[in-house]
Structures are given as structure tokens and as C-alpha cells.
Design a protein around this ligand. Structure first.
Ligand SMILES: [Zn+2]
Length: 356
């Protein structure tokens, strides 16, 4: 009898199965399986595909002595394989347990006798399924990020059974310590600022207007909320409000140049990249334009208050006072920015990483 596996059988049953697994995999890629929640690895293999490959390349195909396939038997086996992958389930396939007992019955020998190797394993999803089904597996990858990820998926959960609790515990501790040390810089009334939004500002060389630089106006594109500028006596005011799609796409900086935008009351002239970067490098003028705060719905956007500006000044003072001790503890990235790094920020007069 030929010693072939199911994956080698060219038959309408297997082709139909491949098609259904592909469709299931497409849906799985849209959802987020549990082992992928910490990080999105672009080339990860869906669990449904991994299971299908492991099952089909280990279970022997039902060939007769004369090399013909036993049609009825094949149909029966593919039906069982569909069940094992979880294709007939009400929930996404990967959410089902792997049903190891049924796999072993179909295989008819001990799966630990099968040794598989994935030399380009990436995150390790293919071999995750191999291990789930009791095969012996070996993995490798040249990429160090992939290597750490595969260890976190295939090795650490077995080696450190309390890892999840420990990560949660130290995560909480880190948040508590950070809040104790820095929380006061984010307090505004009884509420907490999540983050602050700043703009670089330049002076228009044609009309003298102070122009805040932004490449779009959205704060929340889905909710159609954004900021809007009103140029006034050479300076500007900010409004936070509902914007139309057209207004949301307005900008004062795009594709290298700045614009003294007419919609905000500017002269409409384009300001060159050279002028814009030199202005920022020399004057370092910037403005706090919005504060993102935690709300019942998630996030809300508010105009900066005096308290916010005071908090910023306090934070700057705190940093200055502790600069030397932070340096000593190696908490400040003092490395030089290279010309090619981070959107050529050296053109804006930023020379060190900590200035970013
Ligand atoms: Zn102007």
C-alpha cells in the first residue's frame, strides 16, 4: 500500500476542504485569536490553517493496493477532519479545543513518534498546533523579534505557569509607581488627562501670521470631531468641534511644505520646507492645542486650561531639577539622531534622541 498522507490526495473532497479552510482563515485573520493579543505579527499563520496542515499531513490517506483512493472512506475521514479543525462549529474554528483523542484515533498510532521542524517559524503558530496535537516539534527563525515571540508562545507558558499573573502584578505595580511619581502632572480638576496634543508653530514670511502646523484636523475621525483654527491679530485661537469630511482634511503642512491656510484667515501662501524647518530649529515655538481626557465613552477632547499649562511648566521644572540623576540612571537617551532617522528630524534642529 502507498504510504501517502491525506494532504497528497487530489480529490474533490480535499479541494473543497482547502477552500473552506482558506475562507475560515480569512475570517480568523480579521478577528484576534487569544495568543495574538499582545502583539500583531503580520505574517502569522491562522490557527485553522495550522491545524488543517498538521492533521492532513499526518493522517494516512485511504489508498487501495492498486493505488486507487477509497472514496467512501476518504469522505468519512474528511468529515472527521472538518470536525477536528472546527469548521462546522457555531464559533470561529480556532476557539474550539483541538480534540486530541479523536485525532489519535484517526491517526492510529502515537503522534509523539512524529517529529516536525519549521525553520522559518515566525511567531510559531504552525508548530503551536503541532504541539497541541502531541507531535514533537522544533522551531527556528533568524529574526530576533520572531524568536522572542515564539518562545513566549511555545515555551514560556509551560515553563512559567504563573507568568500571566506575574505580568499582571508587576504591570499594576509599575502603573501605581508611575501614577505616584508623575500623576500630579496629569490632574485637571478632579479628572485625569490621558495625553496632550501640541503643534509646532512658525511665522508666515509673507504676512507675519503665527501658523500652527498640522497635516489634518481630526481628533476623532469616526466621531467627526476635530480642532479648527481662527487666525486673529497675528496669533490664533483653537476650537474643538464637529467637522465635515472636507474640513477635517484641511491642513497647514503637507508633502514637505507649510501653508498659511486661507480657511483659517491666513494669506494662502505656500511656505517652503527650508523656511519651515529653519523657523522651527531657530525659534522652537510650540503650542498646546488640545487635551485628551478619559470620559465615560472612552475619550473626550477639551481645550487646554491654565491648569494644563501650569502642569506642563511643573513637569518641565521637575525634569530639569532631576536631569543629572536621570542621566546617571541612564534614563535619558542621549544618543545622536542620525540625518536619515525619524523623518529627517535633524533638519528641524533636533540633534539628540531625547529632544524627540
Ligand atoms: Zn501668511
Amino acid at each position: 500500500m502507498r504510504s501517502s498522507r491525506l494532504i497528497e490526495v487530489e480529490d474533490i473532497e480535499t479541494l473543497k476542504l482547502f477552500e473552506d479552510v482558506s475562507e475560515e482563515a480569512r475570517k480568523e485573520k480579521l478577528a484576534v485569536p487569544p495568543i495574538n493579543k499582545l502583539l500583531y505579527w503580520w505574517t502569522r499563520k491562522p490557527i485553522s490553517v495550522a491545524r488543517a496542515i498538521i492533521l492532513l499531513s499526518t493522517v494516512p490517506a485511504p489508498f487501495r493496493e492498486n493505488g486507487e483512493v477509497e472514496k467512501e472512506k476518504l469522505k468519512e475521514m474528511i468529515t472527521e477532519i472538518r470536525e477536528l479543525i472546527g469548521l462546522n462549529s457555531d464559533v470561529r474554528a480556532y476557539k474550539n479545543d483541538p480534540k486530541i483523542g479523536r485525532f489519535q484515533k484517526l491517526l492510529d498510532f502515537d503522534p509523539s513518534g512524529i517529529f516536525v521542524m519549521d525553520p522559518f517559524a515566525g511567531q510559531g503558530n504552525l508548530m503551536f498546533s503541532a504541539l497541541e496535537y502531541g507531535l514533537r516539534a522544533s522551531v527556528m527563525d533568524y529574526n530576533p523579534v520572531a524568536y522572542v515571540l515564539m518562545k513566549s508562545i511555545l515555551e514560556y507558558p509551560r515553563k512559567y505557569p504563573h507568568l500571566a499573573e506575574d505580568v499582571e502584578k508587576y504591570g499594576k505595580e509599575l502603573i501605581e509607581r508611575t501614577e505616584k511619581e508623575l500623576g500630579r502632572f496629569y490632574k485637571r480638576g478632579g479628572r485625569t488627562a490621558l495625553y496632550y496634543i501640541w503643534c509646532w508653530c512658525i511665522k508666515c514670511p509673507y504676512c507675519g501670521q503665527r501658523v500652527p502646523l498640522t497635516n489634518q484636523m481630526w481628533l476623532d475621525k469616526n466621531g467627526k470631531i476635530g480642532y479648527w483654527f481662527r487666525f486673529k491679530n497675528g496669533d490664533f485661537e483653537v476650537e474643538i468641534r464637529q467637522l465635515s469630511d472636507k474640513k477635517g482634511e484641511k491642513h497647514t503642512q503637507k508633502e514637505g511644505n507649510a501653508i498659511c491656510e486661507k480657511s483659517f484667515g491666513g494669506c494662502g501662501n505656500t511656505i517652503s520646507y527650508e523656511h519651515m524647518t529653519r523657523d522651527i530649529a531657530e525659534r522652537r515655538d510650540k503650542e498646546l492645542i488640545a487635551v485628551v481626557v478619559r470620559s465615560r465613552k472612552g475619550k473626550a477632547f477639551e481645550l487646554p486650561s491654565e491648569e494644563d499649562r501650569k502642569n506642563f511648566e511643573e513637569a518641565a521644572k521637575y525634569l530639569k531639577e532631576n536631569w543629572d540623576s536621570f542621566l546617571e540612571e541612564d534614563l535619558i537617551p542621549t544618543e545622536d539622531l542620525k540625518e536619515s532617522e525619524l523623518f529627517r528630524l535633524t533638519n528641524y534642529g533636533l540633534k539628540k534622541w531625547y529632544e524627540v
